[in-house]
Design a protein around this ligand. Structure first.
Ligand code: GN1
Ligand code: MG
Length: 362
């Protein structure tokens, strides 16, 4: 079995470094920090990729290289000075590969550590606006890459038709015997099926394009500099083709909600229109590539991503909690109800959201 030193030794690290120390961030991969021995030299972030979730590690790593190279070239062309903090940089292995696979079948990769940099867990209207700018710029930098240059690192990740098919399979199997008590939720989901598969239909009709999305647009996936300005987008595992409102909607799902994703008190859940407006302002400033239909569908994207999450949590509940980590037995049901309520709140705020987009589009 390879130890951490053996693993590090496979990578082409140009300077002397210390031992890998565990970093407690993220739920999916395991991360370690590897500090430079001398001040002023580079430090690194070593990660074990969760290949149970990301089964196509080769494709995933090719995506990341393509995206980071593309952004780097754009920054160079624009004369950017601080490139090392503006885009993630992979360190290849000594034999020129993007990752190292151990004899036990674990996959490891190494990034240059972006520093100095800070991250935020909670969003304010001010940081929402900056985060909107950062994700808008990220999509813009990638908007001239053909969407099919990248693979789906998780196939059908944000495909609503596919998520409903998974739900139907879970309902048919009823593995955990939980279906009978969930009639109201099933009806609620059924009522919205057609509306929520609109994007897939528009794509088939050639009315909507796919673009490269980040697919995990939480505020903690943006690094900020000492002055609180966004510098770098991180967590690129789910960067893949999809509809623009995946990124817009997922940010709103997680940040423009006055309650929690798993709030047991549904009365806490409302759309935070201040955060919605701030993020939208930042996003629209940078996302200059948007077509009319994409812009028009941004409020729909918010409902879609919350609905998709309702379906995903509920499917996992029916399957007996096999995907999401749970903190207590009914956790996935509580999450389902909280996301369902968020969709309802977003339905109520639909006109207000549309008015904000209209106002900011002038
Ligand atoms: C998972 O673990 P985290 O928070 O990065 C999930 C997202 C969900 C989210 C719900 C790879 O993301 O798609 O929206 O949970 N990521 C994956 O909290 O499934
Ligand atoms: Mg993530």
């Amino acid at each position: 079995m390879e130890n951490m030193k053996d693993i590090l030794n496979h990578f082409a690290i140009p300077n002397e470094v210390g031992e890998a120390e565990p970093l407690r961030i993220g739920f999916i991969n395991d991360s370690f920090i590897v500090r430079a021995k001398r001040i002023g030299e580079k430090s690194y972030c070593l990660q074990r990729i969760n290949h149970k979730i990301f089964t196509n590690v080769e494709g995933l790593m090719r995506n990341i290289q393509l995206v980071t190279d593309h952004i780097r070239h754009k920054l160079e062309a624009a004369g950017e000075q601080d490139i090392e903090r503006r885009v993630l940089q992979l360190v290849p292995t000594k034999d020129g590969k993007l990752y190292h696979k151990t004899p036990e079948g674990d996959y490891w990769r190494l990034y240059v550590l972006v520093e100095p940099a800070t991250s935020q867990e909670k969003v304010t209207p001010a940081s929402a606006e900056l985060t909107g700018e950062a994700f808008g710029k990220f999509q813009c930098q990638l908007s001239d890459l053909p969407f099919d240059a990248l693979c789906e690192s998780i196939p059908n990740f944000h495909n609503m038709e596919f998520r409903l098919k998974q739900l139907d399979e879970a309902l048919a199997a009823d593995q955990a015997g939980r279906k009978a008590a969930c009639g109201a939720i099933i009806d609620w989901i059924d009522k919205r099926r057609e509306e929520m598969c609109l994007a897939e239909r528009l794509f088939r009709e050639g009315k909507l394009v796919k673009r490269i999305n980040h697919c995990d647009t939480k505020v903690n996936n943006v690094l900020f500099d000492e002055e609180g300005r966004p510098i770098c987008i991180v967590d690129l595992d789910t960067v893949m083709p999809g509809f623009v409102f995946s990124d817009f909607g997922d940010f709103m799902r997680t940040a423009a909600n006055t309650g929690l994703e798993d709030d047991p008190n549904l009365d806490n859940i409302h759309v935070d229109l201040e955060v919605f407006e701030a993020y939208t302002r930042g996003y629209l400033k940078e996302a200059t590539f948007l077509t009319e239909i994409e812009k028009e569908l941004l409020p729909y994207g918010c409902r879609l991503l919350s609905y998709m999450q309702t379906v995903r949590f509920f499917t996992d509940y029916l399957n007996g909690d096999t995907y999401y980590k749970i903190a207590y037995p009914e956790h996935n049901l509580v999450r389902t109800k909280a996301q369902l309520r968020l969709v309802e709140e977003q339905e109520k705020s639909r006109e207000a959201m549309e008015a904000i987009i209209k106002k900011l589009s002038i």
